[in-house]
Design a protein. Structure first.
Lengths: 195, 100
């Protein structure tokens, strides 16, 4: 049963993330990414990390994806992305070489034994309880620093995205053709004046 | 039976998918998606090692990775909105202003 669940999740996650990376449409990419995040939380539940799985669902699928979809309203999401790629062969060779290297790196330390557990889960505690015990004793300072970091990120997000909120992008795009012509004319006149 | 190496290989595959995305995409939003994939792959590895060695440190690190990812998105998307307002596109080729 565990084997089946692992391979089920693994294939689906890999396929969905491939769609995210290879798709031309931003909306498809974002939907596939969100679905992949949900399935990754399934992996966490299989690994007895119930609290991490819940955090994954709440933070990634709830907050990050909602943020992406709201930011998408600023951009033109239906337009297919036109990208000028150099050589696809080079990119795939580079990616493949790095993938092989990563597998070697990840499997190399498994040979070495004798890794002792630093913070084993408390006896008889469920996963959220054990996580809380370790997080609020051994990792209290990093926790507080992370809280301050999130506050800074929130303030900077508000300030960055809130700048020129009265300035409408759709109006700009509608008048862009006229604007670019007038700007070109202005540039030309300026250059003539310089000469 | 599924062991630690299964999870680590899956994590490496997911990480390289994200890496291919970072190398291949020219759109900034797609680069953000690829970064998310890489962070998630690292989280899978952390959780698997935490389970295998019966140690909660891996899960702690995964929590902090999630926190860093969330704040990265908040700041990065703000910057993306400003870039889009300024240039009208998110294509990286349009931002090469130094003509190097």
């Amino acid at each position: 049963m565990t084997t089946f669940a692992f391979y089920f999740f693994a294939t689906l996650i890999t396929l969905l993330f491939l769609v995210t990376v290879l798709s031309r449409n931003v909306l498809y990419a974002m939907t596939a990414l969100a679905a992949g995040m949900v399935l990754i939380s399934g992996l966490f539940f299989m690994l007895d990390a119930a609290f991490l799985g819940a955090v994954q669902l709440v933070v990634y699928v709830g907050a990050v994806m909602a943020l992406y979809s709201f930011a998408m309203m600023f951009f033109d999401a239906n337009k297919d992305i036109k990208e000028r790629n150099g050589s696809a062969v080079t990119v795939f060779l580079l990616g493949g070489a790095i993938a092989v290297m990563l597998v070697v790196i990840f499997t190399a330390p498994l040979i070495g034994q004798g890794v002792a557990s630093l913070y084993p889960p408390a006896e008889g505690a469920t996963n959220p309880q054990a996580v809380g015990l370790v997080l609020f004793t051994k990792y209290l300072v990093p926790f507080e620093v992370a809280a301050v970091m999130l506050l800074v990120a929130m303030i900077s997000g508000i300030i960055l995205a809130g700048k020129k909120m009265d300035f409408s992008l759709s109006v700009v795009e509608a008048t862009k053709s006229i604007d670019s012509k007038t700007i070109d004319n202005m540039d030309n006149t300026e250059k003539k004046g310089d000469k | 039976m599924i062991g630690l190496s299964h999870y680590l290989v899956l994590s490496a595959i997911l990480f390289s998918i994200g890496l291919v995305g970072v190398l291949r995409r020219k759109n900034l939003l797609m680069l953000f998606f690829a970064t998310e994939i890489m962070l998630n792959a690292a989280n899978v590895a952390f959780a698997a090692i935490s389970y295998h060695y019966n140690d909660l440190s891996g899960q702690m690190f995964a929590f902090f990775v999630v926190a860093v990812a969330a704040s990265e998105i908040a700041v990065g998307l703000g910057l993306l909105v400003i870039l889009y307002k300024k240039y009208g596109t998110l294509d990286l080729d349009e931002f090469t202003v130094m003509r190097g």
